[in-house]
Design a protein around this ligand. Structure first.
Ligand code: NAP
Length: 456
């Protein structure tokens, strides 16, 4: 069974769902196209705003129910699941309120006549989404695009089917017409069919590099625009003038939030020599304080990974890193005595650039620790990565922080904090972390036709 809820805390299968067949898929594509052509593209911003604002309100009213589904299916700590629900509702509200201004017609200065650029929707969009933030990822794709007048179809990750259905029902209850938001339980072959279908006008994927390469190639073959939000191995740079306690606090939350399963987690901790020893002592002490347990229990501070397979992959990476000369400063093993896929909080050091781990993404509570001589060595190491998603710089001199931020080859840099996502901030990366942006004025423009109208 491809789409299946399995509780990561105890490994028990909760529910399974059938994939739809090709005929059903065809019907859903037709419904989405009809909705775009005959209803949604013609609605006013105020009409679309009403649907999204209602969805946000419903999400907030039932936040506990929405949050428990996340925790049940991918194991996130319940407090963090509630945080994700609040952020998703905020995204729905933000685009409900601001889309019209972002997409306002732009008058151009031209020597003769009159010229303007208007933003019009492009049609049916297809999103492929990951499990690690099951509502936030979908809201990030759906809210701006729906407000722009596009309709969206979503293939969610196969381990969060109940979250996928909950979001579809939410949109329905909020008054979205049939076809405006469609969840698809489909196979990978059907993903290719959807992308090839001439009615699909754009494709967005958030996930791994491997999936991104496949989906982008399929989109390219059909001459369709795509955006990719892929993996990352964000550098967390601590400069010699940083507030040490603040840096440690953010390094711990940046690495351990969502049990380390975030694309923008602080995966490579890079500390200048002057602070390295003191930082490491405090960081390690804090990493030792995590308490594994049931993620539904508010007392638990360490959640399981999303699946046994995820744990196996991570343990394999740690072993391979050690085989290539890395040193385990703490952790490195599965937590014994618990049924779920629990990984010990782990710190690896002595990673040479020849170690495969040096260029890999560790999707779990494993920090790669590096000592460097100074600021310029920190920047060089930060940029010596196939990824370019986010990064952090800790310094008490904000101008220095900005100077360093400008030298880091990523889509986002945060000064004196780990990565954060907020409805108004653009999200996305460069290099193997993908292309295009979601959220903000930049994100909402990705799938609109910027149409020139020239009056002679
Ligand atoms: P994944 O395997 O790539 O899965 C993501 C989505 O892609 C799922 O819906 C998956 O479906 C689908 N998929 C996978 N292979 C596919 C293929 N060949 N054709 C069509 N669809 C395919 O990603 P993951 O490993 O679960 O998620 C973690 C990765 O996502 C990490 O690298 C993380 O950094 C990245 N991520 C990036 C961002 C960002 O915004 N940059 C945010 C979150 C996560 P199935 O579930 O059915 O396989």
């Amino acid at each position: 069974m491809a789409y299946q809820s399995t509780n990561p805390y105890d490994g028990k299968v909760v529910k399974t769902f059938d994939e739809i067949n090709d005929r059903q898929l065809g019907e859903k594509l037709t419904a989405a196209t009809d909705c775009f052509d005959n209803v949604w593209r013609h609605q006013t911003f105020a009409e679309r705003r009403a649907v999204l604002a209602r969805a946000a309100a419903l999400m907030r009213d039932r936040s506990q129910e929405f949050a428990e589904l996340i925790t049940l299916e991918m194991g996130k700590l319940i407090a963090q699941s509630l945080g994700e629900v609040a952020l998703s509702a905020a995204i729905l509200d933000y685009y409900a309120e601001h889309a019209e201004a972002f997409l306002a017609p732009e008058k151009l200065t031209t020597p003769r006549g009159e010229a303007m650029v208007e933003s019009s929707p492009v049609g049916v969009l297809f999103g492929v989404e990951p499990w690690n933030y099951p509502y936030y990822q979908v809201a990030r794709f759906a809210a701006p695009n729906l407000m722009a007048g596009n309709v969206v179809m979503v293939k969610h990750a196969s381990n969060v089917p109940q979250c996928a259905l909950a979001f579809e029902r939410l949109m329905e209850e909020a008054g979205a017409p049939v076809g405006a938001y469609t969840n698809l339980f489909i196979s990978k072959d059907q993903v290719a069919q959807v992308i090839a279908d001439p009615r699909i006008r754009g494709v967005a994927l958030t996930g791994s590099e491997a999936a991104g390469a496949v989906v982008a190639a399929q989109a390219g073959k059909g001459l369709k625009k795509s955006t990719l939000e892929l993996g990352g191995s964000d550098a967390f740079i601590v400069l010699d003038d940083a507030d040490l306690d603040k840096a440690v606090k953010h390094a711990v939350s940046g690495r351990m939030g969502n049990s380390g399963q975030a694309c923008t987690a602080s995966k490579r901790i890079i500390v200048v020599e002057a602070l390295a020893e003191r930082f490491l002592q405090k960081f390690q002490a804090a990493m030792e304080g995590f308490k594994p347990g049931d993620p539904m229990d508010k007392q638990t501070t360490l959640a399981p990974l999303s699946s046994e397979q995820a744990l196996k992959t991570l343990l394999g990476q740690v072993d391979d890193a050690v085989c290539h000369g890395a040193r385990v400063l703490m952790g490195g093993k599965r937590i014994a005595g618990l049924a779920g896929a629990f990984m010990q909080p782990t710190i690896l050091a002595d990673l040479s650039s020849a170690n495969p781990a040096y260029r890999q993404e560790f999707f779990g509570p494993v920090a790669l620790f590096f000592r460097v001589a100074d600021e310029s060595a920190a920047v060089k190491l930060a940029n010596d990565s196939p990824f370019g998603l986010g990064g952090s710089v800790f310094t008490q001199d904000i101008e220095r922080g900005k100077r360093v931020a400008r030298q880091i080859d990523t889509g986002m840099v945060f000064i004196n904090s780990g990565a954060v996502s907020s409805p108004e901030l653009p999200f996305g990366g460069v290099k193997n972390s993908g292309y295009g942006r979601e959220l903000s004025g930049a994100g909402i423009q990705e799938f609109v036709n910027k149409k020139l109208i020239r009056v002679n």
